[in-house]
Design a protein around this ligand. Sequence first.
Ligand code: SF4
Length: 122
Amino acid sequence: MASMDKKELICICCPIGCVITVTSHEDGTLDVKGNSCKRGEEYANKELTAPTRIVTTTVRVRGASRPVVPVKTKCDIPKDKVMECIKALKEIEVTPPIRLGETIVANVADTGVDIVATKAVE
Ligand code: SF4
């Protein structure tokens, strides 16, 4: 079988950070090497077919003791939507009180995923 493409990735699923080599074959199959566990294989497969990321950032808070509230996407979103998501969050300001887990933005950047607060602000 002829090898089409070889890619090196660093697994981000745990702090070990295994270097994974993925070879894509002409028939669409992927050969994954260098991962120390199953999660690495899953990560490499997903990364080459539909890469996604969890986004963690902050949003400005109007007139509170804390100037920003930490937020994150409820689950991972397509990697190519990450910049759009961060940009959308830069433009907003929220009013306290904010509950832990409260939805800050619904359907961020049209991903179908909500942004939630990861800290409460009085
Ligand atoms: S392959 Fe497994 S052990 Fe290696 S970094 Fe990924 S999760 Fe950690």
